[in-house]
Ligand binder design. Structure first.
Ligand code: KG4
Ligand code: ZN
Length: 339
């Protein structure tokens, strides 16, 4: 089964061709990083405009690189949400137009379900599995007992880990995108600065206390005319941010006894995590290749394959995109807004 998938939820315009929920025939990603760097973050209006400018080219490139004909495509899949609404709508409208013009069924896919399924590109998923989702908008622990079956164990009570990275990076003037830059800086620092211990209930997370602590520390130092070593601060923040991830995930592993742990979302690209994870957790771990950690359409195509197998029905062309969406509720598969 050949799927053409589209992802435009934030600042990457991406179209992929995937086969049978496993093989990536092409995965074209047009990044807008250069543009948004000028503003220190993603400017939604500009992101939408750049998606409009790039999308047709990215469609053509993906089909050409996969070396297929348009008539070979069995299904069109597109990120329905969550994300920037203007950006989502560009991808959704382009995908609908393509599906309509070529008379191919279309379905919407949840962005985070895509991040989870990025792990099915290299190895088949084995159930029950525990999914650790760490991204710019999500920090969650999910149990999957089967394909397309999600149960939430815990989630952040305030900010997502990626959001905290971006905020701290901005305060340290590291530029955009903040997460990878802070990660890089932390590599050359020692975690010598004390960070608050966060009291966490159940399998939940919390990042606003850690974020505020770093903000206050920087402000207080500035008022006293002192300057904290930014490398030490980055390393200390990073250690504290992942201590939570390590502890809470271990609790969940002890509770669920999953066959595997899979890691999903942009923060899965973090070098500290990748270096530490096999020492911290004693079970098989899947983590996507770097190119599939970042936003990309291949992961949407892989997720779409399993979603289609669970429910092989094309959606009516009037489905909408949503800035906020919960993938745990039943209505997800019907393409309705659920928040
Ligand atoms: O998964 P993603 O696209 O976000 C959502 O879908 O919500 O990931 C983007 C997030 C950003 O917050 C970015 O700063 C963070 O992932 N990120 C990182 C790294 N690379 C990306 N955070 C820490 N270390 C990294 N190496
Ligand atoms: Zn993402």
């Amino acid at each position: 089964m050949i799927i053409l998938s589209v992802e435009t939820s934030c600042d990457e315009t991406s179209v992929a061709i995937t086969k049978d929920g496993k093989h990536v025939l092409s995965n074209v990603v047009l990044s807008q990083i250069k543009t948004h760097t000028l503003y220190g973050g993603v400017v939604p209006e500009i992101a939408s405009r750049e998606h409009v400018e790039g999308i047709t080219l990215v469609f053509d490139e993906a089909i050409q690189q996969a070396n297929i004909q348009k008539t070979d495509i069995d299904l069109v899949a597109v990120t329905q949400g969550p994300g920037l609404i203007g950006s989502l709508l560009v991808g959704i409208n382009a995908a609908k137009a393509f599906a309509y013009a070529h008379d191919i069924p279309i379905i919407g896919v949840h962005h985070i379900v895509g991040h989870i399924y990025a792990n099915a590109i290299e190895n088949a998923l084995e159930f029950p599995l525990l999914a650790l989702i760490i991204s710019g908008g999500h920090t969650e622990l999910i149990v999957m007992k089967n394909h397309m079956h999600f149960e939430r164990l815990g989630k952040t009570q305030d900010d997502a880990i990626g959001e905290a990275y971006d905020k701290v990076a901005r305060l340290l003037d590291l530029g955009y995108p903040g997460g990878p830059k802070l990660d890089e800086m932390a590599q050359s620092g020692e975690p010598t600065i004390s960070m608050p211990t966060v009291a966490l209930d159940g399998f939940n997370f919390s990042y606003s206390g850690l974020k505020s602590h770093v903000i206050n520390r920087l402000h207080n130092d500035a008022q006293r005319g002192e300057q904290v070593d930014p490398k030490a601060l980055a390393a200390s923040f990073q250690k504290a941010a992942f201590d939570q991830i390590f502890t809470q995930t271990q609790k969940a592993i002890d509770y669920v006894h999953p066959k595997r742990l899979i890691i999903a979302g942009g923060v899965a690209a973090n070098q500290y995590l990748r270096a530490q994870m096999h020492d911290v957790w004693d079970l098989p771990i899947d983590i996507p290749k770097m190119e599939y950690c970042m936003d990309n359409a291949a992961m949407i195509g892989i997720a779409a394959y399993f979603q289609w197998k669970a429910n092989p029905e094309g959606w009516a062309l009037d489905f909408n995109g949503y800035a906020r969406m919960d993938f745990l509720k039943d209505a997800y598969n019907k393409g309705e807004e659920v928040i």
